[in-house]
Design a protein around this ligand. Structure first.
Ligand code: GLY
Ligand code: MN
Length: 464
């Protein structure tokens, strides 16, 4: 947790933003509850809601809060433990002391929330809440708001105010993100050192997650580690590591402060790239470098995505996998055949930061429209970059036989794509290279004290 003043200031800023927007009524935050995996005492690993963590800091289940936009009055709703809880959990700090730790003056039992919201609703006061990220919160809001249509009541003003705050990382958050990226670096280094022909992929995953658990909260999302990198989010780890393959490792650590890292590296399983692998790797590497060099305040990440798409097509052109005018190919979305995802996303408390609040609200400025094109349409962060944005830079090239066949069958890209040559890449797999980037006053810097080896020679040297 950060210092009390951090949470007090954030809530005051939020209230001020709501007042500036002409809003009245109550802001309602519903923290997460434990989620039983099988029966109520055997739960999934505890994780608090990220917006709750941002404003309320308290990392415990079954809490809620109201902030009165008009009076500024803040209330924490939570229960003190009883003797039954103490028998199983040991003595716990009082709710009062927890409220003090985050600078909230008043606390009430959890059940009082129902009455407070009921009274506010009866007197016609607006209740501002965000899109619930979990089923428990959805059910709780249904109960509190007396409707099944919780989504329809989501406060756009509150959502936008929160996004505007969480998008621009504060110094304490940048420090926390640097730390999460340091842990991510350590985890990825352990993974790279563990690659060995003949072992099962899962063995590496175990070694990686040991680092994440020993030094942080755990992984920031289910680890992607596969010799079938052409499947973008491949969570199967049952394959034996074979010579001559490419292994995509896309993984991150969530620190104990709950900030995420998210890195991807692609390794030749034998420690040395084949010529064919190196040619494609070099293109992805250059796209990653180009994106970083272009990322600075004032530029939109959509422009950066399109510039890397052009660079990618230029590289593929040199290999005669595509042919034609680069700008025309970019406009027609030919890069999407090779990279059917966006260049990156926001990162912070969530690995895909705030996507529970709405992908487009988080990733697009009001004057931007999300494209429908394959690839560009999956761009989750298109905004004009500002100092304090934290984004990923993750270009990739994938040879997805089913997608190539579909393009071919539907006559797409025939003017540009050398389908005959592409057939020789059906067993290639995929390559993705991802760094985490902070936008600074004048440009950008990669987060974390060290950068994982990425240039092809450096990767081979690190694998020796
Ligand atoms: N690293 C997983 C993702 O960005 O979707
Ligand atoms: Mn990512």
């Amino acid at each position: 947790m950060f210092a009390k003043e951090v949470y007090v200031r954030r809530r005051q800023t939020l209230l001020a933003k709501m007042r500036e927007a002409g809003e009245k009524g109550l802001i309602l935050f519903v923290g997460n509850a434990e989620a039983p995996a099988q029966y109520k005492d055997n739960c999934y690993k505890w994780r608090q809601d990220s917006t709750w963590l941002y404003f309320m800091g308290l990392d415990e289940p079954l809490m809620a809060a109201t902030l009165d936009i008009e009076t500024g009055k803040e209330v924490l709703y939570a229960d003190d433990v009883d003797i039954d809880d103490i028998i199983w959990m040991g003595p716990q700090p009082s709710v009062r002391s927890k409220a003090d730790a985050v600078g909230v003056e008043k606390n009430l039992p959890y059940a009082e929330l129902d009455k407070v919201i009921d009274i506010a609703r009866r007197s016609g006061r607006p209740i501002h809440y965000i899109n619930p990220s979990r089923y428990f919160n959805t059910l709780k809001l249904m109960e509190l708001m007396g409707t099944k249509k919780v989504q329809e009541g989501v406060s756009k003003a509150l959502t936008e105010a929160i996004i505007s705050m969480r998008l621009i990382k504060e110094d304490v958050e940048i420090e926390a993100l640097d730390h999460a990226c340091d842990l991510g670096y350590q985890m990825h280094s352990a993974a790279r050192d563990a690659i060995e022909i003949g072992i099962v992929e899962q063995e590496i995953v175990g070694k990686m997650e040991a680092v994440a658990l020993a030094k942080g909260w755990g992984v920031s999302f289910p680890t992607i580690l596969t010799q079938h990198g052409e499947t973008l989010h491949n969570h199967g780890h049952a394959a034996v590591i074979e010579p001559g393959k490419l292994m995509v490792i896309d993984a991150g650590v969530e620190s104990n402060e709950h900030y995420a890292s998210d890195f991807t590296r692609t390794y030749p399983t034998t420690g040395k790239f084949t010529t064919k692998q190196r040619e494609i790797y070099q293109i992805v590497y250059e796209c990653n470098e180009l994106a970083f060099s272009l990322a600075k305040p004032g530029v939109t990440y959509r422009e950066v995505h399109l510039a890397t798409a052009r660079k990618m097509l230029e590289g593929l052109c040199a290999l005669d996998l595509v042919r034609g005018d680069l700008d025309e190919m970019v406009a027609k979305g030919i890069a999407g055949l090779f990279q059917p995802h966006g260049l990156g996303h926001n990162m912070g408390l969530d690995v895909h930061d705030m996507e529970d609040l709405g992908e487009n609200l988080v990733g697009y400025d009001p004057d931007q429209q999300r494209a429908k094109q394959l690839g560009l349409g999956s761009l989750r962060m298109a905004r004009r970059l500002r100092p304090g944005h934290v984004i990923t830079d993750e270009p990739g090239i994938y040879f997805i036989p089913a997608l190539i066949e579909k393009f071919k069958k539907e006559g797409l890209g025939y003017d540009f794509v050398n389908y005959a040559k592409l057939e020789g890449y059906y067993d290639f797999g995929g390559i993705r290279l991802e760094d985490d980037v902070l936008i600074t006053e004048n440009g950008a810097r990669r987060l974390g004290p060290h950068r994982l080896p990425i240039a092809p020679d450096d990767v081979e040297a690190a694998m020796k």
